[in-house]
Design a protein around this ligand. Structure first.
Ligand SMILES: [Zn+2]
Length: 73
């Protein structure tokens, strides 16, 4: 697993699509991050729970501020 270049925290994979209860459990354990149902070719693939950044970083205005945790609702 990769380490965050900014804080050396472990990066987790961003999982897109409808979050099943099992995926939410894994995300709560910080094993993955949930990216939601909207995704495209330029979406980040990894997420750092240490500094709450997504990687690779995306330039410009986007919806990524809505990235995880989305399971807080
Ligand atoms: Zn980090």
């Amino acid at each position: 697993m990769n380490k965050c270049p900014e804080c050396s925290h472990d990066l987790v994979n961003v999982i897109y699509g409808f979050p099943t209860p099992k995926l939410v459990d894994i995300a709560r354990a910080e094993g993955i991050a949930l990216g939601g149902c909207n995704f495209g070719p330029d979406m980040p693939t990894h997420y750092c729970y240490g500094c709450q950044e997504s990687f690779p970083k995306i330039e410009g205005p986007a919806i990524y501020e809505e990235l995880p945790p989305i399971f807080s609702e």
